[in-house]
Design a protein around this ligand. Structure first.
Ligand SMILES: NC(=O)c1ccc[n+]([C@@H]2O[C@H](COP(=O)([O-])OP(=O)(O)OC[C@H]3O[C@@H](n4cnc5c(N)ncnc54)[C@H](O)[C@@H]3O)[C@@H](O)[C@H]2O)c1
Length: 241
């Protein structure tokens, strides 16, 4: 246990998803003790502690933080759990609204709060949140709660950056555009192709490109003076072309 405690630790929520799983692999490659949490059981591998937990359950999220801190030198927390529901904005209902806000926004709130509570006791660390291009520009073909939840994640990031700075904790976010993979695959036929064509780089992003940005923001040396940043990873999608 003594040597385990010396290992840097990271909590990744949404660890069974495309981005979360790739992030876990990336942190494992660098020798981190990885606590991969998801509502679906994350794939087990050496060095990874899979935790089945629902990020909307504040008690479970705080228990996860305490466990990760007891079993490692918890230094990074990545809030990656999220849900996306494709569909016409005009038909968007309130059940889906509540579900999306609960996971994407309230779940990230619980993660930031748990990380702050533990890391402020243990010498600081870094929080990285999964925001989205939708949090900046909204979007059609997706439930309006998605963009609203991600705009909320961007604001949460700034709040925890301000509070965290007093405790040696930096909090930043990535705001990816649409990426290849399971989540983007929920868009209606043809919409993904249109989104790729409309991007200045004429393609969707890749999961590994978002992972690189998260790893950068999680790095206390390379990103030492970055705090409260919402980093776009979108191929230049703001610029019409
Ligand atoms: N993939 C994209 O195009 C894209 C673009 C911008 C932002 N994002 C954001 O990046 C993050 C990761 O996306 P992804 O591509 O890996 O999606 P994904 O669907 O592959 O993974 C999301 C994971 O979150 C988990 N999850 C859902 N509800 C949960 C809950 N209540 N508690 C715990 N875990 C829960 C799911 O089981 C899943 O494993 C999400 O927050 C997403 O909104 C993704």
């Amino acid at each position: 246990m003594a040597t385990e405690k010396i290992r840097p630790g990271v909590v990744v929520t949404g660890a069974a998803g495309d981005m979360g799983a790739a992030l876990c692999d990336s942190f494992l490659d660098d020798g981190f003790a990885v606590f991969g949490a998801d509502i679906a059981a994350p794939r087990g591998r050496d060095g990874l502690t899979p935790v089945v937990a629902d990020v909307t359950d504040r008690t479970a999220v705080f228990a996860l933080a305490e466990r990760a801190s007891a079993e490692s030198r918890l230094s990074v927390w990545v809030n990656c759990a999220g849900i996306f529901e494709a569909g016409a904005v005009a038909q968007a209902g309130t059940e889906a609204w509540s579900r999306i806000i609960a996971v994407n926004l309230t779940g990230t709130f619980h993660g930031c709060a748990a990380a702050l509570a533990v890391m402020s006791r243990t010498g600081g660390g870094r929080i990285v949140n999964a925001g989205s291009l939708s949090g900046h520009v909204g979007g059609t073909g997706v439930h309006p709660a998605y963009g609203a939840s991600k705009a909320g994640v961007h604001a949460l990031t700034k709040t925890y950056a301000l509070e965290g700075a007093r405790h040696g904790i930096a909090c930043n976010a990535v705001a990816p555009g649409v990426l290849e993979g399971r989540m983007g695959g929920q868009f209606a036929d043809g919409q993904l192709e249109r989104l790729a064509r409309a991007n200045p780089m004429r393609r969707l992003g890749r999961i590994d490109e978002a992972v690189e940005a998260i790893r950068f923001l999680a790095d206390p040396v390379r990103a030492s003076y970055l705090n409260g940043v919402v980093l776009p990873v979108n191929g230049g999608a703001y610029m019409p072309s």
